[in-house]
Design a protein around this ligand. Structure first.
Ligand code: NAP
Length: 251
């Protein structure tokens, strides 16, 4: 059995210009799908060869509705939707003021909701679909020093489970992927914070990050993309409402 080819499918990947989203977009493109990548920085989106860039801010429903309409006009109904855009700053409770809380929720949780709300009707109409939320290991357990991020990522899994219940027995699946620490800009930002907060050198800070995954290394974005591609295969048609870990042995 192969993963199959995705010719004729239109995939939209939020935050598709960098990191995990970019690896997923490239994987879907290589599997034959027409791919729209969205984000706020057009230059990053334009770097992803063979994909259509659409500037869109996931924290604004208006922007998401307009962005998905632009994508639809270019490639037809969105039948694969990957809600990946997110921010991962960790702050203590004392430093988590209302504005920071709202910003994390607006991008990570509202953004996933707006994206799914704009794309799932296309899948119902097309009679086939795959909706995927990129949550985190922090969607399943508490991440120290990052309660707002943890809450937003738990919320994404709650949204996936609720929608999966609503759309059970429909011709689409809705799942979450929960990565551990993946080698992207988010990890680079964390490195800087660990060096500052814990007084570590860069090498020591890197060791802290690598040690946070049970298998002792950072995960490649392509490893997360593999899981997304598998979820898009016909063989995964009965996988629905799940939170699937790509975390190097966290359980
Ligand atoms: P990244 O390279 O920083 O990707 C984040 C992407 O989200 C960027 O392309 C960014 O593009 C986009 N984005 C942020 N705010 C946005 C907004 N308001 N509207 C539209 N797009 C927005 O980091 P990454 O690691 O690949 O993160 C991707 C996802 O994986 C995130 O949801 C993150 O929480 C999750 N994750 C990451 C890790 C990890 O260790 N790296 C682990 C678990 C889960 P613009 O700035 O151009 O908009």
């Amino acid at each position: 059995m192969t993963l199959g080819n995705l010719e004729g499918r239109h995939a939209l990947v939020t935050g598709g210009g960098t990191g995990i989203g970019r690896a997923i977009a490239e994987g879907l493109r290589d599997a034959g799908a027409a791919v729209t990548v969205t984000g706020r920085r057009r230059d990053k989106l334009e770097e992803v060869a063979g994909c259509t860039p659409v500037v869109m801010d996931v924290a604004s429903e208006e922007s998401v509705v307009a962005g998905v309409a632009e994508a639809r006009a270019a490639h037809g109904p969105v039948t694969i939707c990957v809600a990946n855009a997110g921010i991962a700053e960790g702050r203590s409770l004392r430093d988590t003021d209302a504005a920071f809380w709202r910003q994390v929720m607006a991008i990570n949780l509202d953004g996933c909701f707006f994206t799914f709300r704009a794309c799932i009707p296309d899948m119902l109409q097309a009679g086939w679909g795959r909706a995927i939320a990129i949550s985190s290991i922090a969607g399943l357990k508490g991440l120290r020093g990052a309660s707002a991020y943890t809450a937003s990522k738990h919320g994404m899994i709650g949204l996936v489970r609720g929608l999966a219940a609503d759309f059970v027995a429909k011709p689409l699946t809705i799942n979450a992927i929960c990565p551990g620490y993946v080698e992207t800009a988010i990890v680079d930002q964390n490195l800087a914070r660990i060096m500052e907060r814990m007084g570590k050198t860069e090498a020591e800070a890197l060791q802290v990050m690598q040690g946070a995954n049970p298998h002792g290394r950072l995960i490649a974005p392509e490893e997360v993309a593999s899981m997304a591609l598998w979820l898009c295969s016909e063989g995964a048609a009965s996988v629905h409402g799940q939170a699937l870990q790509v975390s190097g042995g966290e359980f």
